[in-house]
Design a protein around this ligand. Structure first.
Ligand code: ZN
Length: 163
């Protein structure tokens, strides 16, 4: 998938799954309006079929639990240009398109931005190879490497300079 292209996340109608029923791959695909290959991917991703039943059959309660858990994990997944804000408890973009970059190692950079919604400092570590793509979304400010001698830690108390 090309960078920047986001497939709209269609919500699966998980409520259609009956806890007490069992479903084979075709039935799950039909019930949830998705492709059989998607169902097969879930099976690879940890959806547990019933033992010793061929073709594969999944219990409704297992299917429901799997999809609910997966939806939660998705909600917290950050896009490449998002940070996870611990105050908002959600992925957020950095305010004013500004992100500070510190080069930690030859391959890894540490990013800091302020939550566009609540102003809380957010941190994220990325591979340095991801920086060119980020530079398209943000004005990246490269900071000097952190010094250990008496350098003050970055303020975490929301002590922001006037916007
Ligand atoms: Zn926030």
């Amino acid at each position: 998938m090309p960078a920047g292209m986001k497939r709209p996340q269609r919500r699966l109608p998980v409520q259609r799954v009956k806890q007490a029923a069992t479903y084979d791959v075709a039935e799950m695909a039909k019930l949830l309006g998705t492709h059989r290959n998607t169902v097969r991917r879930w099976l690879k991703d940890g959806l547990q079929p019933l033992d010793d039943v061929r073709p594969i059959v999944v219990h409704g309660s297992e299917l429901k639990a799997f999809l609910t858990k997966r939806r939660k994990a998705r909600r917290n997944a950050c896009a490449p240009d998002e940070f996870f804000c611990f105050r908002c408890r959600a992925p957020r973009r950095a305010a004013a398109g500004m992100v500070d970059v510190r080069h930690r190692t030859a391959t890894v950079a540490a990013l800091t931005g302020l939550c566009a919604t609540c102003g809380t400092p957010m941190h994220r570590t990325v591979r340095r190879t991801a920086l060119p793509a980020l530079a398209e979304s943000y004005d990246l400010q490269t900071l000097a490497p952190e010094r250990l001698n008496g350098c003050t830690a970055p303020s975490l108390n929301g002590d922001l300079k006037g916007e």
